[in-house]
Design a protein around this ligand. Structure first.
Ligand code: ADP
Length: 618
């Protein structure tokens, strides 16, 4: 392969590896792998603990039992708010939907309790279908400092909650998240300032982009007593019965919600929860803590991911292009380790980098580059071996085929120098030396041409060659040989055709068939030459009535140096290389050779050459 082609092939392998890696990271399976990797890193690299600013006030099973069952939820909430008021919490966020009117007396009590609660945040929930809001009843809402949505993002693939969208819109109305509103009120900020890339509350900059629905990754205080997070949690019934526990709520941000397994509809799986889903109110408390601690995890952008993947691919390519052997494999292993470790290193610096695309780019391109180099090296080795074989065969040829004319020349020249010969004899011998040396020259020329052709070092000449001329030249040349054995060479049907090809090579091929037919026929036999246009091409054949060959022998005659037993026994000189050259010449002309033969009956060799029907080759 030319160097240019090799570079292109190599680059192709790399580009393909890169594309497969990136595309696979966008498939559901790929995204799930990235999710699992995130959860794994999330659990492995727990944040250093902090003092929570929020408390979860959970309405659990015990509270329902002690305070009046699920139907009495509003009563329980009124009770909780009434008991909270004297503790002056900083913010009270209620994660309960209060959009329908209830028992009038209960609603009146609840409304009154809300009226006495400062910095109250109420919950809004999207209607099923997400087209409108279920806002709290106006009588409640009027007492609230803010209304926040209580939706947590559930991953579409595995349903796990990793993020909370800080903004949600339906119709014309939108709400900030309950946790964000609670944070804003806890900091006494009047409003939330927005830009496409971030939100701002007083001094806090929240890296929540508009195009991601202002989603933030939720940081969670690692494993608390409930198997979830370590945000303190007290229940409604503890608030009633345990004054010390109640006191812990003083001045805190209190998030009220249902935590009873049987009643909470908003429980979600999180990277922490192995079996137990986490109640919504705890998810919101964690989102609040993430804001309050200013501990944001940023997601790496698509461009950054693609650049890193491209970088890994290029590096893998360079490693196997510039280095070889163990140096290449060692460096590649280092690269793979780095690519595999990078997402984790970034995660510990609060950046989420989906690992699959990068790891797959590095591995695929390293494997692709290594295999490519391996196979091209093997191919080069094979080519070198083939060249060596050809060289050895050439040496064989020289020693076999050229010995005959050389011996003739040597013998004749020796005669001339040793003996005093008369003029006529001298001329005869000089003619012989001349013709034998010319034959030798032609032979060398033909042989070299065929060698160069098959090595791809030479373009075949393409002149217009009338085949009848080729036949005639060969018949004339072989006449003496035929006469010596009293063999008649007959031309039967001999149509003419013109072929674009190499005249010398074609003459060599046909002459070889002709002399073989004469050599391997008994004295007095007949050899027939025929040529005619057929649909598959021009068929030029030489038929004899000689020794013939069986099927096995026919299969072997094109092998170099192969001679049949009958041919050796005939006493005719030969080297067994002629037909292999004939076959190469014919195939270089786009044709083929056919053999029919039967032992003792004779053979017919036919050259089938591609000649255009009108006789003018292009
Ligand atoms: P060479 O004639 O120098 O031995 P070739 O390559 O031309 O070499 O032919 C290879 C072998 O094929 C011959 O040795 C012979 O055994 C067989 N062969 C070729 N032509 C004929 C033929 N016309 N009749 C019988 N055998 C043939």
């Amino acid at each position: 392969m030319k160097p240019g082609g090799r570079v292109a092939g190599y680059a192709g392998v790399l580009v393909l590896s890169f594309a497969v890696a990136v595309v696979s990271s966008y498939t559901p399976l790929g995204r799930q792998i990235d999710n699992d990797a995130y959860d794994w890193m999330f659990r492995l690299r727990k944040p250093s603990p902090w003092t929570p600013q929020s408390v979860i006030l959970g309405i659990d099973e015990a509270s329902f039992q002690a305070l009046g069952g699920v139907r009495g939820l509003r009563g329980i909430l009124s009770d909780v708010l009434e008991r909270l008021a004297p503790l002056s919490p900083k913010v009270v966020a209620v994660d309960l939907t209060l959009s329908d009117a209830g028992e009038p007396a209960e609603d009146a009590r609840l409304e009154a309790a809300m009226g006495r609660t400062g910095n109250l945040v109420l919950a809004a929930e999207l209607m099923p279908g997400g087209t409108a809001w279920q806002d709290p009843l106006e009588r409640f809402r009027q007492h609230a400092s803010a209304v926040g949505h209580v939706h947590a993002a559930q991953d579409p693939l595995d349903g796990v909650n990793r993020q909370v969208p800080l903004e949600k819109a339906a119709g014309r109305e939108r709400h900030w998240a309950l946790s964000l509103e609670a944070y804003r009120l806890s900091r006494g900020a009047a409003r939330i300032v927005e830009s496409p890339e971030e939100l701002r509350v007083n001094d806090l900059i929240i890296p929540a982009r508009r195009e991601d629905a202002r989603a933030i990754y939720v940081r969670r205080l690692p494993s608390g007593p409930h198997g979830g997070t370590a945000i303190p949690r007290i229940s409604a019934v503890e608030l009633r019965d345990d004054p010390a526990a109640a006191e812990s709520l003083r001045g805190k941000v209190v998030l009220i919600g249902v935590t009873a397994q049987s009643a909470a509809r908003d429980r979600l799986m999180t990277p922490y929860s192995s079996e137990q889903p986490m109640p919504g109110v705890e998810i919101h408390a964690n989102a609040f803590e993430t804001l309050a601690q200013n501990r944001f995890v940023k997601a790496a952008g698509d461009t950054e991911v693609l650049l890193a993947c491209g970088g890994a691919t290029v590096l893998a390519g360079l490693v196997f292009w510039l280095l070889s052997g163990w140096a290449a494999y060692g460096t590649a292993l280092g690269l793979l380790a780095a690519a595999t470790a990078l997402p984790y290193a970034l995660f510990s610096r609060d950046t989420v980098f989906p690992p699959l695309a990068l790891v797959a780019s590095a591995w695929l391109s390293a494997a692709g580059a290594a295999s490519y180099q391996h196979f091209t090296a093997r191919r080069q080795l094979r080519r070198a071996e083939a060249e060596k074989t050809r060289y050895q065969q050439a040496v064989h040829f020289v020693t076999h085929e050229m010995r005959t004319p050389l011996t003739a020349i040597q013998g004749s020249s020796e005669l001339m120098s040793r003996y005093n010969l008369n003029d006529e004899k001298r001329k005869q011998i000089a003619d012989l030396i001349h013709s034998e040396s010319r034959r030798l020259g032609r032979m060398i020329e033909t042989f070299l041409n065929v060698e160069r052709l098959s090595a791809g070092q030479m373009e075949m000449r393409r002149e217009q060659v009338p085949l009848s001329e080729v036949v005639q030249v060969c018949l004339d040349r072989a006449q003496a040989l035929a006469d010596r054995k009293q063999i008649t060479v007959e031309r039967t049907v001999l149509e003419d055709a013109t072929l674009a090809g190499d005249r010398e090579l074609l003459e060599y091929a046909f002459y070889n068939l002709l002399t073989n037919a004469i050599k391997y026929s008994p004295s007095g036999a007949r050899v027939t030459v025929a040529g005619r246009q057929a649909s598959a091409g021009f068929r030029l054949s030489v038929r004899d009535e000689g020794i013939g060959m069986d099927r096995k022998e026919v299969e072997s005659v094109f092998r170099r140096f192969y001679r049949t037993r009958r041919a050796i026994a005939s006493g005719e000189a030969g080297s067994g290389i002629g037909l292999s050259i004939v076959e190469q010449i014919v195939s270089h002309h786009g044709g083929r050779i056919e053999v029919e033969s039967a032992p003792g009956k004779g053979s017919c060799f036919t050259l089938v050459l591609p000649v255009p029907g009108d006789g003018a080759a292009g």
